[in-house]
Structure formats: C-alpha cells, structure tokens
Write a protein that binds this ligand. Structure first.
Ligand SMILES: Cc1cc2nc3c(=O)[nH]c(=O)nc-3n(C[C@H](O)[C@H](O)[C@H](O)COP(=O)(O)OP(=O)(O)OC[C@H]3O[C@@H](n4cnc5c(N)ncnc54)[C@H](O)[C@@H]3O)c2cc1C
Length: 297
C-alpha cells in the first residue's frame, strides 16, 4: 500500500482546508471521513459570518469546499479512522486495514456531549435528538425544548422556531455564551420561550418524549414538549488523540504550527485547545497544520 505524504482525519472545514493546502504544496494527500464531507457545517442552517459569503446554507458551503478539495487532487477515503499511531511512519487504522503516511493532521472535531439525565438514553430517537437540522421537520407545528446556551444551541433554536409552534430554550446560566447578534435574533422571535438559570433534570414520556422536568433554584416543574434537543457542545473523541497532550477539558494542545506533542501528528479545528470554535478558525488551523505537515520528509 502506498505511503501518503499527508493523511488528514476528518472532512470538516479544518480537514478540507488542510487537504487543499497539502495538495497545493505538491503532497500526496488522503482525506479520511466517516460520514459525508462538511462536518458540523452541515448542521448550520444559515452561515452569515464566513468571509465573502454574506449568507449561505451550511450544506452549500460544505459542498463548495468539497468541490475545491476534489479539484485540488486529494484522495477521499470514506472510512472511519479508529486509531492514529505516531512513529517514523504514521499508521492510520480503519476497519479496512492500516494506511501509512509521513504525517497526519487530526481534524476530527468533537462528539456531541450528553446531559446524562434520566430519559435521555431511553427516549433517544423517540423525541430526544442531537441535531435540529436533521430532525427539526419532525416537530413541525409542535412544542419543543432545546438545552444549551452557546452558538450552536441558539442558532438551532432559531432554526426550530421557523418550524415549531414554540421553542423553549433552557440554559443553566443567567446569560448565553452565544454571540450577541444571534441572541438578538433569538429574542426577536415571538415563539421562543427562554428558561435561563434552569437545569433539565429528567426527560419524561412513556414511549416518546412528553415533557422535560426543569430545576430552577431547587424548585422543579414540568414543561410539556414533543421533542427535546441537546446542544451543550462536545468533546474530542479521546481514542483518536490517545497519547497526545491535552488540556483539562480533553482538547489537544498544539503549538503555533499546529504540532501536537506526538511526532509527525498535527491537529486542527474544533478538537484542539483554543477559545474560538468557528468555521473560519477551523480553516485557518487546517491551513497552518497542512503547511507544517508538508515540511516533513
Ligand atoms: C448547529 C451549528 C451551527 C453552527 N453555525 C456556525 C456558523 O454560523 N458559523 C461558524 O463559523 N461556525 C458555526 N458552527 C461551528 C462550526 O460548524 C465548527 O466550528 C466547525 O465545523 C469545526 O470544524 P472542524 O473541521 O474542526 O470539525 P467538524 O466540522 O466537526 O468536522 C470534523 C469531521 O471529522 C469527521 N470525523 C470525526 N471522527 C472521525 C473518524 N474517527 N474518522 C473519520 N472521520 C471522522 C466528522 O464526521 C466530521 O465530518 C456551527 C455549529 C453547529 C453545530
């Protein structure tokens, strides 16, 4: 089997940008993806903060990036990577076998976190969801709740408000972490109901979601809803970055050239330790990681 110059794990904006830059540096490039290309971008209904695109659907932006990746000449390998092993030659394991590369860029984003409350597992797929753009249409004209206070939760609540009768947004803090422009948009919508300083403690329903029990300063009450969305952020998949130095929250530490603590392994995008997790920052990380990886022989 051929040894690639650069192997990239994850075809979100970080991985796709890395692929474009590695190909342009003249490197043979493999881009591994377990789903379809786009990453979390495809969950964004509208993106209005990516330069030169004043308003674009996340799916459309993902498709445009992937067309550029294909034109640049990257080899797209639609397989899930189960392990990346650092060494003189980097080994990338999938269910089909072991691929080799001179360097690897881990751009696998994050796995959505769970609330770990009663009812969440039992009603998963029966009213509990982690993706508003995937499942929102199932709740057209119905009442739903969404837990979270960051950009994803607020933008998903805005998306759901266009479909649902009412959208209850539940956030444990008194203020959102989301950008103020998103919060302004949220608050302009008539069918949004805010529950700040509230913690969801149980999702209830016999065979499907019928409500969620909230705790506000020790006082509990039930909110009757047909759907419950979890949007409380995520964590990197720890098995892919096993052995690399991480911060206290489990994100990979990188230096200015996107090097991890493991030789020949670079990382980029949402899975690294940083403040701003956005498409434009993921792309920037990917470009730097690919150029650093391309310098290795
Ligand atoms: C609802 C929502 C709305 C958003 N809106 C905006 C917005 O308007 N503007 C903005 O800038 N940002 C927005 N974001 C954030 C933005 O999407 C992320 O910051 C960005 O996608 C991170 O890019 P990434 O490439 O690091 O990771 P991801 O986009 O998460 O991509 C990682 C990729 O790696 C793949 N992968 C993971 N593990 C493996 C494996 N083991 N093997 C193979 N492939 C693997 C995944 O399938 C995925 O395709 C939004 C996010 C969400 C959820």
């Amino acid at each position: 089997m051929k040894t690639y110059d650069v192997a990239i794990i994850g075809a979100g904006p970080a991985g796709m940008t890395a692929a474009i830059y590695a190909c342009r540096a003249g490197k043979s490039t493999a881009l591994f993806e377990k789903n379809f290309p786009g990453g979390q971008m495809v969950n964004a209904h509208i993106i209005d903060n990516y330069p030169a695109e004043s308003e674009i659907g996340g799916f459309d932006l993902a498709q445009k990036m992937f067309e550029q990746v294909s034109a640049a000449g990257a080899e797209f390998i639609n397989e899930e990577v189960t392990a990346v092993k650092s060494g003189d030659i980097v080994e990338i394991t999938t269910a089909r076998g072991v691929y080799t590369a001179k360097a690897a860029v881990i751009a696998a984003g994050t796995v959505r976190s769970r609330l770990n409350i009663p009812g969440e597992d039992r009603l998963d797929g029966r009213g509990v969801s982690w993706c508003a753009t995937c499942d929102g249409a199932l709740y057209r004209g119905k009442d739903v709740a969404i837990a979270g206070g960051g950009n994803s939760a607020v933008s998903e609540a805005i998306y759901l408000a266009a479909l649902c009768k009412s959208v209850h947004i539940i956030h444990r803090r008194g203020e959102y972490r989301a950008e103020s422009s998103l919060v302004q948009k949220l608050r302009s919508l008539p069918n949004i109901v805010e529950h700040l300083g509230c913690v969801p403690v149980e999702i209830v329903g016999k065979d499907k979601v019928e409500g969620v029990i909230l705790d506000k300063n020790g006082e509990k009450f039930t909110l009757p809803v047909d759907g419950f969305f979890v949007a409380i952020g995520g964590k990197p998949d720890q098995k892919l970055i096993a052995g690399a130095e991480k911060d206290a929250s489990g994100y990979v530490k990188t230096d200015g050239e996107m090097r991890t603590s493991l030789p020949k392994i670079f990382a980029a995008g949402d899975n690294i330790s940083k403040e701003v997790r956005q498409i434009v920052t993921a792309c920037a990380d990917g470009a730097i990681a690919a150029l650093s990886a391309s310098k290795l022989d």
